[in-house]
Design a protein around this ligand. Structure first.
Ligand SMILES: [Zn+2]
Length: 262
């Protein structure tokens, strides 16, 4: 039953502009909704900590929200199930997974291997790469200064995906998005106290080391950063609050992105 449709090839973000609409006479700025677009929106909401572990994903509520059939929603949910983000419980429906402590540790250790590997194999990054990463960090800082917690959470997680992408690793950046979404679920579940300001500062140190051509230092800083995030999880008081399905609508609203770039 898990013959999930192939992973989306290039789905950095769901299409948002009217130019993406190929339906004749569509006119307005309506993006084409596909199972992949729905799945990516769910992952984005997990990264933004708007969808919590254990949250119910009602098929009908999703179908209404996206204006699509339940069949299409089910296809999206099956993609997400294959990626390990949702599970189906008989007679109860679909839920965002609640990672166990072991699963959380496993995701963090996978991130350490992938992210240190990327830095290990990188040459000195081009100036435009450094510029893009600095822009990302400036966006993080603005989100920290502002009041939008979802954008802040999303951007802090997205830094790692952006870094992989900027280093030219498309496959690994897709993989990292999933791994980061997993560690984000753990952080939401285990109430991470890791300060956004500290994360942002650590991102800045990593980029400074890369700019100085000191990849070994960048790698050390990255490992320390991931370790800091992991250590901040309060693993002994896992108390996921059962959220009302009414939260779903706001949870799935797209995250405000500071730049349309990429
Ligand atoms: Zn980070």
């Amino acid at each position: 039953m898990s013959a999930a449709p192939g992973r989306p090839k290039q789905v950095r973000t769901p299409p948002r502009s009217s130019e993406d609409t190929s339906a004749p006479g569509a006119g307005a700025s309506i993006a084409i909704v596909s199972p992949t677009v729905i799945a990516e929106q769910v992952v984005e909401s997990i990264l933004a900590q708007k969808l919590a572990p254990g949250e119910r994903l009602g098929e009908q509520a999703l179908a209404t929200h996206f204006g699509v059939s339940r069949t299409m929603v089910r296809e999206a949910l099956m993609q997400l199930q294959a990626r390990g983000f949702v599970e189906v419980q008989s007679k109860r429906g679909w839920f965002v997974v609640e990672p166990s402590v072991e699963e959380a540790r496993d995701a963090f250790s996978a991130r350490r291997i992938v992210e240190s590997g990327i830095l290990n194999h990188a040459g000195k990054p081009l100036q435009k790469v450094i510029r893009r990463l600095r822009e990302h960090i400036a966006d993080e800082q603005r989100a920290i200064d502002g009041a939008d917690a979802a954008t802040r959470a999303f951007l802090l997680a997205d830094f790692h995906v952006c870094l992989a992408e900027q280093m030219g690793h498309r496959l690994l950046s897709d993989m990292l998005r999933d791994l980061t979404a997993r560690t984000t679920l753990a952080a939401t579940l285990f109430q991470s106290k890791h300060e956004a300001t500290q994360s942002c500062a650590e991102h800045g140190e990593i980029v400074a080391a890369l700019e100085a051509g000191n990849n070994a230092l960048a790698r050390t800083l990255m490992l320390r950063h991931i370790g800091n995030v992991e250590e901040a999880l309060e693993v002994d008081q896992a108390n996921a609050q059962p959220d009302a399905s009414a939260r779903l609508r706001t949870s799935l609203a797209p995250v405000a992105r500071p730049r349309a770039a990429r």
